[in-house]
Design a protein around this ligand. Structure first.
Ligand code: ZN
Length: 181
């Protein structure tokens, strides 16, 4: 009992958060512009990157850099569109982070955290490590006050005409806490 209490107290102090590699830690580019986002947000929107999967931190970093370059150079955005990326090894990469408006889900960008799992999940699921990392990241956001405790979880396809986050993964996301189509 004491141990449980100690854990909870510690957890509150440490905010129960998984390791998040900051932009500078993974070698991402600084944003070219930024709009601050009011928090806590109401929505969490789940994506897949619709590209290659990755299973190590170094290969996931390569993917993160490619995606950021595409979003900045090709799409002309200020930064990578997502708030966070999650790799197949469970690594979490800071994109726009908790407090910047993203570019991942029109009409929801200023009131959501967008989490994208690296890979294409139309006919397979992300790894358990990646799924757990995403769920822990959401809990972390709630604990830290960036996401409302009564948040609503959505797949990208619930808010935009897209097949994102892939059929198989979408069916899994539907079983996650607080999902609402
Ligand atoms: Zn998406």
């Amino acid at each position: 009992m004491l141990r449980l209490f100690a854990f909870l107290a510690l957890c509150a102090l440490a905010q129960c958060c998984p390791t998040i590699l900051t932009k500078s830690q993974w070698g991402g580019r600084a944003p070219t512009c930024r709009t601050a986002m009011a928090t806590p947000v109401t929505y969490v929107v789940i994506h897949h990157t619709a590209g290659a999967a990755c299973s190590s931190q170094s290969t996931c970093i390569t993917q993160a850099k490619n995606i950021q370059n595409m979003h900045i150079n090709t799409n002309g955005w200020c930064d990578i569109g997502y708030s966070f990326l999650v790799g197949g090894d469970g690594s979490i990469f800071e994109g726009r982070g908790w407090t910047s408006v993203g570019a991942h889900a029109p009409n929801y960008n200023s009131n959501s955290i967008g989490i994208s799992l690296i890979g294409t999940f139309t006919s397979s699921n992300p790894t358990t490590a990646a799924q757990n990392a995403a769920k822990n990241l959401i809990s972390c956001g709630v604990t830290r006050g960036y996401i409302k405790s009564a948040y609503i979880l959505k797949g990208h396809r619930n808010v935009t005409a897209t097949e994102c986050p892939g059929n198989t993964f979408y069916n899994t996301v539907k079983t996650w806490p607080r999902f609402q189509a």
